[in-house]
Design a protein around this ligand. Structure first.
Ligand code: C2O
Ligand code: CU
Length: 482
């Protein structure tokens, strides 16, 4: 895999070199830019000190001038009302990733709304059916718009949320920076045909994290969101009692992580409860070893407070399971079975595909910047409604069970709009319980078995959440017919 020159703490120190004055604030320990339901989000270009110190700030695109964008906070059942003011030098939209929204609010240009032109605005308004951790991002030129920083968290609380001493968003991102600290140019064929834009600088809530003070005995909720274009995170906590209790916003049976690896693909979320059982002065290190030959330390939680509190925390029971969100349960007695195949990319034997329904040979595909297919079709974005036939069409209310096959040499985080889906099995291993996702990582030459009730009418996107792949053909539409 390319671009493995990743930001080890060592490499990151190079950026920070010679600048003793660089004090990284406890970005993780404070609620990131807590905002209750702002009436508007303004997208615009700006500057952000990603690296800090002597390095010049990066030329980012941001919501409300902050990286990441403001955290939008609601209660389950609230109405989200947000006006997008687009001051970017190009069109944009907002997609509410993971939220089951009415079709007209989904933020997909040409499919659900006209793109919001430079200087224009658009009002989003819909009720929030589900509690949990979600996020928002543009759906226009996503590789660059998300890659330059347009992304923010959505926190939707539930009355039964676990009582915690701190409820924190950890928005993880990955940037490809040049030696100068500037963002590397976007859009290249290597990223598109290989693993996407994997960067070299990992940030947590918009800064390179380091040492984060925490309090012995505290129970913290961490809402992890992977807003990177292509980097998959595989986190390990070397101490503390850590439980995973929600995935992609939806509650799961609390699972003790121990020293196991928590993988979060681009677009994915994981909600953790961590009890700080480390004695004062002790450290909890969070490492990311998803790419085993490029493991690095993400950050270190430094415990303060009283030893007794640390001991008491070690005896706390796991958090209770949260009530499920109101997602329809599949009816397997009346399910439609289908298969979807992902093909293409480097190191595969792609011979061609269909573009807008028309067979195309490999050369034509490449000339169109298309390297990937879904069921043999490479969807090409344009300045008009999609001309591709839907990948599948189902009646509203129908249970659909599918096997998603990855015939390629790269992992793909596959994301479905308008619906959450149950992951039943991966690579033949049945999950202990079907877990709701909106994005699931399908491993190279692997497959995932999923099921969902197609209960949200409209034409929806289905795509890889590595936007370099998405724009290189790895997307399609499906129809839920009312
Ligand atoms: Cu988060 Cu269509 O994407
Ligand atoms: Cu992909």
């Amino acid at each position: 895999m390319q671009m493995m020159r990743i930001a080890t703490p060592l490499a990151r120190r190079k950026f920070l070199a010679a600048s003793a004055a660089v004090l990284l604030p406890a970005v993780c320990a404070a609620p990131a830019h807590a905002v209750t339901a702002p009436a508007s989000l303004t997208a615009a270009s700006g500057k952000w000190p990603l690296v800090g110190g002597q390095a010049p700030p990066a030329a980012v695109w941001a919501y409300d001038e902050t990286i990441p964008g403001p955290v939008l906070r609601y209660r389950q059942g609230d109405m989200l009302t947000v006006r997008l003011q687009n001051n970017l030098p190009q069109s944009s939209t907002i997609h509410w990733h993971g939220l089951r929204v009415p079709h007209a609010m989904d933020g997909v240009p040409w499919l659900t709304q006209p793109p919001v032109k430079q200087g224009d605005m658009f009002d989003y308004r819909f009720p929030l059916a589900d509690a949990g951790t979600y996020w928002y991002h543009p759906h226009v030129n996503s590789a660059e718009q998300i890659g330059r920083g347009l992304a923010g968290a959505i926190v939707i609380t539930h009355p039964d949320d676990p009582a915690v001493d701190a409820d924190l968003v950890w928005q993880l991102d990955d940037w490809r920076l040049l030696e100068s600290g500037a963002l590397a140019p976007f859009h290249n064929r290597h990223d598109a045909s290989h693993g996407g834009r994997i960067g070299n600088t990992v940030t947590l809530n918009g800064r390179i994290p380091d040492r984060i003070p925490v309090t012995a005995g505290h129970r913290m909720r961490l809402r992890l969101i992977n807003t990177a274009n292509a980097r998959i995170f595989g986190l390990r906590f070397n101490a503390g009692n850590v439980w995973l209790f929600a995935v992609d916003g939806h509650p799961v049976q609390p699972l003790a992580l121990k020293d196991g690896q928590l993988a979060i693909p681009p677009g994915g979320r994981a909600d953790l409860v961590i009890d700080i059982t480390a004695a004062p002065g002790d450290e909890i290190t969070v490492t990311d070893d998803y790419y085993q030959r490029a493991a690095y330390r993400l950050c270190t939680l430094v415990s303060n407070g009283s030893p007794e509190d640390a001991i008491t925390a070690g005896r706390r029971p796991p958090p209770a399971r949260l009530p499920a969100n109101p997602v329809a349960a599949p009816d397997f007695t009346n399910a439609i079975d289908d298969e979807v195949r992902f093909g293409g990319g480097a190191m595969s034997r792609m011979t061609g595909g269909r573009i807008r329904g028309v067979p195309a040979d490999l050369q034509t595909m490449v000339e169109n910047g298309l390297f990937w297919t879904i069921n043999g079709q490479a969807m090409k974005a344009g300045d008009h409604a999609p001309l591709e036939p839907p990948l599948w069409t189902v009646k509203r209310g129908q249970t659909v069970r599918m096997r998603w096959h990855n015939d390629s040499a790269f992992p793909h985080p596959m994301h479905m709009h308008g619906h959450s889906f149950f992951v039943l099995a991966r690579n033949g291993h049945t999950a202990p319980e079907p877990v709701l996702h909106d994005t699931v990582l399908v491993s190279p030459r692997g497959h995932a078995d999923v099921a969902f009730v197609a209960d949200n009418p409209g034409l929806w996107m289905f795509h890889c959440h590595i936007p370099e792949h998405q724009h290189a053909g790895m997307m399609g539409i499906f129809l839920v017919d009312d």
